[in-house]
Design a binder for this molecule. Sequence first.
Ligand SMILES: [Cu+2]
Length: 77
Amino acid sequence: MKKIRIEVSGMTCEHCVARVNKFVKSVNGVADINTDLTENMSYVVVKNGATVEAIKSAIEDAGYKPGNYTIEENEER
Ligand SMILES: [Cu+2]
């Protein structure tokens, strides 16, 4: 599993958050997502196969703007 932390701009309310979560969740390999409206940030848990590019385009498809991101590798045992 990996954790991707990505900036999302353009969100103004909880509906936006729900929309971003819904679109990103539909990306293959995305296990979980949490979006923080006040931070303009999404925390995405991905399994192998999900790319940042796919997540970014899901955010764009939802109508918002993806920004900087960081990837954290989790050790799996
Ligand atoms: Cu909204």
